[in-house]
Design a binder for this molecule. Structure first.
Ligand SMILES: [Zn+2]
Length: 359
């Protein structure tokens, strides 16, 4: 019975391959509630289509519920199912997607040309492929053992013939058969031990599919996130922003000057979370964004620092706004090997410009 179409099958495969990396999320223990200091833990939501969405929420909230009614959602707070407790926490729940987006942005902005990071990412992908190959090695071992068993069976058959022909005595025959059978039993138990690991033994086709899946986009993203997390100490979540701290020794060791400059003043990178983002809405652009957009359009090599000076906003805010532009499909980066990255305009600014409170 053929249930899955090719796309769904690939998705299933990629989930399997991602499990090769680690059983738990790469973000485990990294996200901390800025309000109460508890860790954020992950919860899986299964959509009707079978897709999974991961949400991260404060462990304290998860255990004790909210501390106070939600002023933004009084209709929710009034439900009897909503728990309130002195030990609770009011901090927000965030989608994993949102965290990944911020981490990807940090990677593009500060580690875009970082060979160390690219190397790490490739290393993680190789690891995943190695795991696929290990299965291959196991298959070969099984084949070897099966060959050994067959060889012993053959020897025993020959002995029987020799015995019947009177070449060897019955006593010698018994002794030798006993020895060979003991050897065969050893091989047999080894073999069943290996086969006991069941689905790890795969056909060549399965293994190729695993390797393909290891190279798909989702896994690449996971590898990128893992390698950037090497540099990140903690991600603190507040109701309106992320504050990100780094392992300074690691940042110093790769001499990431851009990032060091940014961390000089506050030692944390701040990323605002738009209210619209929490409600998972997409929004349009305001006047300042128009200035940013036009400046990029005029000069495809303009730096974040220059945009900050032009608008009087902080680099972080500029960063946040550009993130919105990218999300909405207005612009992106053109990167060619050996060249500094350049902006690329994808579409014209819409006329219906709304105000965005970027914080
Ligand atoms: Zn909390």
């Amino acid at each position: 019975m053929h249930i899955l179409d090719e796309r769904s099958f690939k998705r299933v495969e990629s989930v399997k391959t991602r499990d090769y990396f680690k059983n738990c999320s790469v973000l485990s223990g990294k996200i901390i509630c800025g309000e109460c200091g508890s860790v954020y833990t992950r919860q899986v939501r299964k959509l009707s289509g079978g897709d999974r969405i991961y949400d991260w929420m404060c462990a304290r909230y998860r255990e004790f519920g909210r501390k106070t009614p939600n002023q933004y959602k009084p209709w929710v707070s009034n439900r009897t199912s909503v728990r309130f407790s002195e030990e609770g926490c009011d901090n927000i729940t965030i989608k994993q997607e949102t965290v990944y987006k911020v981490l990807n942005d940090i990677k593009c902005e500060y580690f875009g040309s970082d060979n160390q990071l690219i190397g790490d990412t490739i290393g993680l992908l190789k690891e995943s492929i190695e795991r696929c190959k290990k299965d291959d090695t196991m298959q070969k071992e099984i084949e070897n053992i099966e060959y050994e068993i067959e060889r012993l069976n053959e020897t025993i058959r020959n002995l029987t013939e020799n015995m019947l022909d009177g070449v060897i005595s019955k006593e010698t025959y018994k002794d030798m058969v006993k020895r060979y059978e003991e050897e065969r039993m050893e091989w047999d138990s080894q073999l069943s031990g290996m086969k006991g690991k069941g689905d790890k033994v795969k056909t060549l086709e399965d293994r190729i599919r695993d390797i393909e899946a290891a190279l798909n986009e989702e896994t690449l993203e996971e590898a990128t996130i893992s390698s950037i997390l090497e540099y990140i100490d903690k991600i603190y979540v507040y109701t309106d922003r992320f504050e990100i701290t780094f392992h300074m020794d690691k940042v110093l060791s790769v001499e990431n000057h851009e990032l060091l400059k940014e961390l000089e003043s506050s030692s944390r990178l701040v990323y605002m979370i738009a209210k619209e983002d929490m409600k998972y809405k997409r929004n349009a652009l305001d006047k300042t964004n128009e200035i940013i957009y036009n400046a990029i359009k005029e000069n495809s090599k303009i730096q974040i620092q220059e945009l900050a000076e032009l608008t009087g906003l902080s680099r972080t805010t500029i960063h946040f706004r550009i993130q919105r532009f990218k999300e909405l499909g207005y612009l992106g980066h053109r990167t060619e090997p050996g060249r500094k990255k350049e902006w690329e305009i994808y579409r014209e600014l819409d006329s219906g410009i709304e105000r965005v409170d970027a914080g």
